[in-house]
Design a protein around this ligand. Structure first.
Ligand SMILES: CC(C)(COP(=O)(O)OP(=O)(O)OC[C@H]1O[C@@H](n2cnc3c(N)ncnc32)[C@H](O)[C@@H]1OP(=O)(O)O)[C@@H](O)C(=O)NCCC(=O)NCCS
Length: 189
C-alpha cells in the first residue's frame, strides 16, 4: 500500500495497541472533555508545543482543531488512551508519500518519564513507515525540550544538523528524522 495526500483514506486508520490497556486511535469530537482542554493550558504541557501561540485553549478552538484534523486528508490526530482515559494526543500531519510530521503531548503529567512518550512515538512512526509506506518521519523539537529529545532518540530519530524550522512564535526548532530504512526498523513495544 502506498499513499499520497490525494488518495489517503483515513477511514481505514486502525487502532494501534501499545498493550491490552493502552492504545492510540483517531480522536473524535465526542472525546473532547474539559480535562483535555485544561491540560492543554497547563504550562508544563504547552511549553514546547508547536501549536503554542500564546493564546488560551478553549472548547471552541480545541473542537475546531479536532474537526479540522478529522477533515484533513493529510493528517491523523490520534488520541492516546490509558485504560479508556484520554491521556494525550499524537498527530501525523502534512502527510505525503515522502514525509510525515509527528507531534505529541501527554496531558497527564503523572505519566511522564515512564516510557510512554517513547512507546507512542515508536508505535505511530512504525505505523507510518511500515503500513503507510511513508519514506521518513520528521519532528520539530525545541532544543530545550530534553524529555522530547530523549524520547525521540529512543525511538530511532536523529537530529538533522543542517536544518531548522521556525515555529509560529519565532522559536527556532531542530528537525529530527527517522527513515523507513528496513535495516533500521524494529518493534520495541
Ligand atoms: C515530551 C513527552 C512526550 C515525553 O514523554 P515521556 O513519556 O515523559 O517520555 P519517556 O518516558 O518515553 O522519556 C524517554 C526518556 O527521557 C527521559 N525524560 C523524560 N522527560 C525528561 C526530562 N524532562 N528531563 C530529562 N529526561 C527526561 C525519561 O526518563 C526517559 O529516559 P529513560 O528511559 O532513560 O528513563 C512528554 O513530556 C510531553 O508530553 N511533554 C509535553 C508536550 C511536548 O513537549 N511534546 C513534544 C513536542 S516535540
Amino acid at each position: 500500500m502506498t499513499i499520497s495526500s490525494q488518495n489517503f483514506h483515513k477511514t481505514s486508520v486502525p487502532i494501534l495497541y501499545i498493550n491490552e490497556d493502552v492504545l492510540l486511535r483517531p480522536l473524535k469530537i465526542e472525546d473532547i472533555h474539559q480535562n483535555y482542554i485544561d491540560s492543554l493550558n497547563h504550562p508544563h504541557v504547552r511549553k514546547y508545543l508547536a501549536a503554542h501561540t500564546g493564546s488560551q485553549y478553549t472548547r471552541k478552538n480545541v473542537t475546531q482543531f479536532v474537526l479540522e484534523n478529522d477533515e484533513d486528508r493529510s493528517a491523523i490526530l490520534f488520541g492516546f488512551f490509558v485504560r479508556g482515559k484520554h491521556s494525550g494526543t499524537c498527530r501525523l500531519h502534512d502527510i505525503t508519500q515522502n514525509c510525515a510530521w509527528l507531534g505529541l503531548a501527554i496531558f497527564d503529567i503523572s505519566l511522564w518519564g515512564q516510557g510512554w512518550g517513547n512507546k507512542i512515538i515508536t508505535t505511530v512512526s512504525n505505523y507510518a513507515l511500515l503500513q503507510l509506506n511513508i519514506e521518513q518521519i520528521r519532528a520539530a523539537i525545541d532544543p530545550l525540550n530534553i524529555g522530547s529529545k530523549s524520547a525521540f532518540t529512543k525511538s530511532g530519530f536523529h537530529i538533522l544538523p543542517d536544518e531548522k524550522l521556525e515555529r509560529e512564535d519565532g522559536v527556532l526548532t531542530d528537525i529530527w528524522q527517522r527513515r523507513g530504512d528496513p535495516g533500521y526498523l524494529w518493534n520495541s513495544n
